[in-house]
Design a protein around this ligand. Structure first.
Ligand SMILES: C[S@@+](CC[C@H](N)C(=O)[O-])C[C@H]1O[C@@H](n2cnc3c(N)ncnc32)[C@H](O)[C@@H]1O
Length: 197
């Protein structure tokens, strides 16, 4: 059974995505500098990926240019369906009109790691194809709170890897194949559902 307070958190790093609402809804990959990646992660996390995992026990943060953090909790009946609706939520949040399930902070990865680690019995992991196989990491399920850092279409920038190193964050992998970030979100949720069955 899932521990009552067990929380799964995802941290999507987007070093180039806009920190203002000045991207075009009709051109998310280019004008949004791959903000479409975040839209797909959000759909996976809160819409199509969870089966038995309790949705209120999911959270996803996006770190934009290591200076603005958007944290999404479970939207409940306000769940945006599809990439475009999520893009509108992101746009509204960056314009200073976040819905109740989004928090906007002027901070970057170091702060997100500190916040995640401040909770007793928590761990932060970095998802990377070259990491230790997920199936061989024995303490993944022990914690009340686990956070997983994801790269964008280019993987991780040097600054992210330096910060992760500085905090001794272990790298975990689903194998040598490179998957979409949204598929990694779904894979983590599915692994935890299996471990908690
Ligand atoms: C589309 S992939 C990045 C591909 C990029 N060309 C690279 O070489 O890293 C986006 C993110 O998903 C995660 N990811 C993709 N495949 C993975 C795997 N096999 N194991 C763990 N994480 C993975 C990583 O966080 C990665 O940065």
């Amino acid at each position: 059974m899932t521990k009552p307070s067990q929380l799964l958190k995802f941290i999507q790093i987007l070093p180039h995505a806009p920190t203002k609402d000045d991207f075009l809804m009709k051109d998310l990959p280019s004008s949004g500098k791959r903000i479409d990646i975040l839209c797909r992660d959000l759909s996976a996390c809160f819409d199509w990926a969870p089966d038995s995992w309790p949705r209120p026990h999911l959270e996803l943060s996006a770190i934009l240019q290591d200076s603005v953090t958007l944290t999404f909790s479970e939207p409940g009946p306000l769940l945006p369906l599809g990439e475009v609706r999520w893009a509108q939520v992101i746009k509204d949040s960056l314009a200073g009109r976040p819905p109740g399930f989004v928090k906007v902070r002027q901070s970057g990865l170091e702060q997100a790691i500190k916040v995640s680690r401040a909770t007793a019995d928590s761990s932060v992991w970095l998802l990377e194809a070259d990491g230790k196989p997920f199936s061989e990491v024995s303490d993944l399920c022990r914690n009340a709170e686990n956070s997983f850092i994801l790269g964008d279409h280019q993987g991780f920038d040097t600054k992210t890897l330096q910060i992760a190193d500085q905090y001794g964050i272990p790298h975990v992998s689903f194998g040598k194949t490179s998957y979409l970030g949204s598929h990694c979100v779904a894979a983590v949720i599915s692994e935890y559902e299996r471990m908690n069955d």
